[in-house]
Design a binder for this molecule. Structure first.
Ligand code: TYC
Length: 121
């Protein structure tokens, strides 16, 4: 059965006009490729502060973002120098969960480290 929710107006018009056309038997067909939009992506952004130890930030990046020690150190230093930095890009619910995990882990360890999420462009 044809799922009419995927039919576009032009397909219906094509199927109802010119029934004498060899190519057109008046049958409505679904478009070959239904257009499914990819979900928008969100960045998890780490914010710099003056008090969280560098080693703790590196640990966070390794635990929650699967980074190697070298990569985590590189990202931590970029955040330290510039004020903020992206540590990963995900679907919205994953980004929210990771950001909340980072913020909770920082609080549990009494550090002011904070992450946020923002739309990726
Ligand atoms: N600026 C902190 C320090 O000098 C280190 C730091 C880096 C803190 C990144 C937070 O997101 C951060 N100890």
């Amino acid at each position: 059965m044809v799922d009419i929710s995927v039919l576009e107006f032009k397909d219906v018009i094509k199927a109802t006009q010119e029934p004498e056309d060899d190519q057109n038997l008046g049958v409505i067909t679904a478009p070959e490729k239904p257009k499914l939009a990819k979900p928008p992506l969100w960045k998890v952004v780490l914010i710099n502060d003056d008090y969280t130890p560098m080693e703790f930030v590196v640990e966070v990046l390794q635990i929650f973002f699967g980074m190697t020690g070298d990569k985590a150190t590189q990202i931590m230093l970029a955040v330290h120098r510039t004020g903020k930095g992206t540590c990963g890009i995900y679907a919205r619910d994953i980004a929210e969960t990771k950001s909340a995990q980072v913020n909770q882990y920082a609080q549990e360890n009494e550090h002011p480290l904070v992450s946020e999420i923002e739309p990726a462009d």
